[in-house]
Design a binder for this molecule. Structure first.
Ligand SMILES: Nc1ncnc2c1ncn2[C@@H]1O[C@H](COP(=O)(O)OP(=O)(O)OP(=O)(O)O)[C@@H](O)[C@H]1O
Length: 224
């Protein structure tokens, strides 16, 4: 069974072939690390899988549905309900408290304020950052901010979490803890994780590693 597939994606930025026939399969609930040299196309592939970028040719399918056949509204709905996102930094809304940031995706899906806040509080606790609930993102540490971001990505119980260098701005101890918490929460909720990383230490939390080189997935290894 496959959850998400990319088939022969090609996408150029001017003369640069960012993707040059990239194919990949993501299975339900698996934690997949995309590794490979800088500029090899990892982030571009992740953005195509998530329906943020559209490839010039090739197909991306989620649950058997080709993303290209969906309307913009359907793709937005899919991103809001079935996908969660964690980036390196800058993803929390600075004007909102950490609790409000985590509650936001639920509010956007129509959950009432009180229930959304209660669920968000549970997730902050799970990520061991309940104490920053009333602080704004600018008032918390990098590691705390990333835990809040993980809580926000998982609060809607997505089927896939896309994580692009989620620990890239953290020291190794904080990075390890964020990875432990992210992978535990994903396994508990059954979410698949597509993780872009440079670091073998971070990739060690995955079930499988795929190597991206020159815009293609060169190897898909069953690592463990
Ligand atoms: N918006 C863009 N405009 C122009 N070129 C781009 C754009 N996005 C990516 N590229 C180029 O496409 C190639 C692939 O970029 P991408 O960010 O996917 O690589 P990456 O493997 O994620 O790199 P890194 O590990 O350094 O983040 C690179 O040569 C990059 O410079």
């Amino acid at each position: 069974m496959t959850l998400l597939t990319a088939d022969d994606l090609r996408l150029s930025f001017g003369p640069t072939k960012a993707l040059d026939g990239a194919s990949l399969t993501v299975h339900p609930g698996e934690i997949l690390a995309l590794m490979g040299p800088s500029g090899s196309g990892k982030s571009t592939l992740l953005h195509c899988l998530a329906g943020i970028l559209r490839a010039e040719s090739g197909h991306v399918a989620f649950d058997g549905r080709d993303l290209a056949t969906m309307t913009d509204a359907e793709r937005s709905e899919l991103r809001r309900t079935a996908f969660g996102f964690v980036f390196q930094f800058g993803q929390l809304v600075p004007e909102l408290t950490c609790l409000e940031n985590v509650a936001l995706p639920l509010r956007l899906s129509g959950t009432r304020r009180r229930a959304a806040r209660a669920e968000a509080a549970t997730w902050l606790e799970r990520l061991e950052v309940a104490d920053v609930a009333e602080k704004r993102p600018g008032q918390v540490s990098g590691g705390q901010g990333q835990r809040v971001a993980v809580a926000r990505a998982l609060v809607t119980r997505p089927r896939v979490v896309f994580a692009d260098e989620p620990t890239g701005a953290l020291d190794s101890l904080n990075g390890e803890r964020v990875m432990q918490l992210l992978t535990t929460a994903a396994r508990d909720t059954g979410a698949a994780v597509v993780l872009v990383t440079h670091e073998a230490r971070v990739a060690a939390y995955s079930d499988r590693e795929a190597i991206v080189r020159d815009g293609r997935v060169r190897e898909q290894e069953f690592a463990r």
